[in-house]
Write a protein that binds this ligand. Structure first.
Ligand SMILES: [Zn+2]
Length: 256
């Protein structure tokens, strides 16, 4: 088995790199240099590009405590979950190196697409990623941007699918990405005392996660809220009712 033959992209290199933090500039009109000589004194005191979005900084990550003097904020945002289907089955057949190589490619491609739309790659959870759009960089069209990022992820993954199938010795259909998207009000902040976690919580997050579970490999499923905000041109079909785990009534989802 050949490793490393799939062309890797460094997501931070492919995204337009901001010279100053977009989040701090937007929220406080404070120019925080992210790169170059001017950023050195900032780096010396621990202010550096955020790992969740390289065009924002570590101040943005703790904006609640430093600026808003709160532990969390309620924001209107869009949440996207993307999950690598077939990964669990494959992970039993592949070596640890091959598996981590596969996840690296998946994470990198998701990161590049999410950052391109000014989103936050909030978490990687095993074979899934969770992204939030509209924080800390405010983007009024966050629903449309989430759909654009989702499409980019699917397009890139499908472009590389035959090379990947050869590399990992599987069929092209064995590995695909399922994506779910939902918009609405959620709580974003630091949760937990012993282990502080910077993340979003609420029904919007759960619904996006459940929509992702319902999506087939290669599919993007979005809720009515996303469809209405993103504009009718984003949907290719739907709505269709889906019975999602944890929901009493079926939920209407559109395929993007
Ligand atoms: Zn910042």
């Amino acid at each position: 088995m050949m490793l490393g033959s799939v062309v890797r992209r460094d997501p931070a290199m492919t995204v337009q790199q901001a010279k100053i933090c977009k989040g701090c500039w937007q929220q406080m009109h404070m120019p925080v240099p992210l790169r170059g000589v001017l950023s050195l004194p900032f780096r010396a005191v621990g202010i550096r590009p955020s790992r969740m979005n390289p065009n924002t900084c570590t101040i943005c990550e703790s904006m609640f405590t430093t600026v808003m003097r709160a532990r969390k904020v309620t924001i209107d945002a869009t949440v996207m979950f993307a999950d690598l289907r077939g990964y669990t089955t494959l992970s039993q057949a592949l070596s640890a190196d091959a598996i981590s190589g596969l996840l690296d490619v998946f994470y990198d491609q998701c990161a590049g697409a999410i950052w391109e739309q000014d989103g936050l790659l909030n978490k990687t959870i095993g074979d899934a990623v969770m992204a939030v759009f509209n924080f800390p960089i405010k983007v009024p069209d966050h629903a449309r941007r989430a759909v654009a990022a989702a499409r980019e992820i699917q397009r890139h993954w499908s472009d590389g699918s035959s090379a990947r199938a050869t590399e990992f010795g599987v069929s092209e259909a064995a590995l695909g990405i399922g994506i779910g998207i939902h918009s609405g009000e959620l709580s974003f902040g630091e949760f937990g005392h012993t282990h502080r976690d910077l993340t979003a919580i609420g029904t919007v997050v759960n619904t996006a996660s459940r929509a992702q579970t319902a999506a087939a490999a290669g599919q993007i499923l979005m809720t009515q809220a996303v469809f209405e905000r993103a504009g009718s041109d984003v949907a290719s079909s739907g709505p269709k009712p889906y019975q999602l785990k944890g929901f009493d009534a079926p939920i209407e989802l559109y395929s993007a």
